[in-house]
Design a protein. Structure first.
Length: 202
């Protein structure tokens, strides 16, 4: 008789019966089907809810937010035109015609980029009008992160603080405004103002 290979020879386990309990692929599939049938109502409700959320987001973006952004961009263009010719009151409050003004844009188109930018313009308008508290309020609400306007807004905020004798706040704002080392125009200007504020604060 040929010698059996060590690894292929049958092995006996004394006193232990080995039973293969691994379910077959058919049994696994049947289990999944049973689970789905038992939970189908819950699953369908979850899927319907997810689809409703996705559809709602799409509808909001497509039919509400996008047109709102377009209208706000049109509105701010007209207000910026008045601002550019130094018609501060009309730029801020509108002209009772096609220009709503920065304040109304902030209120009517809240959440849009134009409304955010209108905070900057409104702040500068109030600064020119001598209403420094309102200038501070709007300039603080403007979010210009990552843009050149952010530095100008910080500088204007520093001016509003100085006019209210908030020297320490002004120094911080001027230093923030001069943070761009590559800006050879604004950085020296606001560093000089920061130095003046330091002198006033002793």
């Amino acid at each position: 008789m040929a010698k059996q290979d060590l690894y292929t020879a049958p092995r006996k386990v004394q006193g232990v019966q080995v039973v293969d309990n691994e379910p077959s692929a058919e049994q696994k599939l049947k289990g999944v089907e049973n689970w789905y049938q038992n939970n189908s109502k819950l699953i369908n409700n979850v899927l319907i809810g997810v689809l409703a959320v996705v559809a709602g987001i799409f509808a909001y973006t497509r039919f509400y937010k996008a047109p709102k952004i377009q209208k706000s961009n049109d509105a701010i263009f007209r207000a910026q035109t008045y601002f550019g010719i130094d018609s501060i009151n009309w730029a801020l409050n509108g002209d009772n015609n096609n220009n709503p003004g920065f304040l109304k844009i902030i209120d009517k188109y809240s959440g849009t980029p134009a409304a955010n930018l209108s905070h900057y313009y409104a702040g500068v308008c109030y600064l020119k009008l001598g209403d420094f508290a309102r200038a501070e309020k709007h300039l603080k609400e403007f979010d210009g992160k990552g843009t050149m306007v952010a530095y100008v807004a910080k500088g204007a905020l520093g001016d509003a603080y100085m006019e209210q004798s908030k020297t320490d706040d002004a120094i911080k704002a001027y230093l923030d405004a001069s943070a761009d080392e590559n800006n050879v125009l604004l950085t020296p200007l606001y560093l000089e103002r920061a130095g003046m504020a330091y002198e006033i604060a002793n």
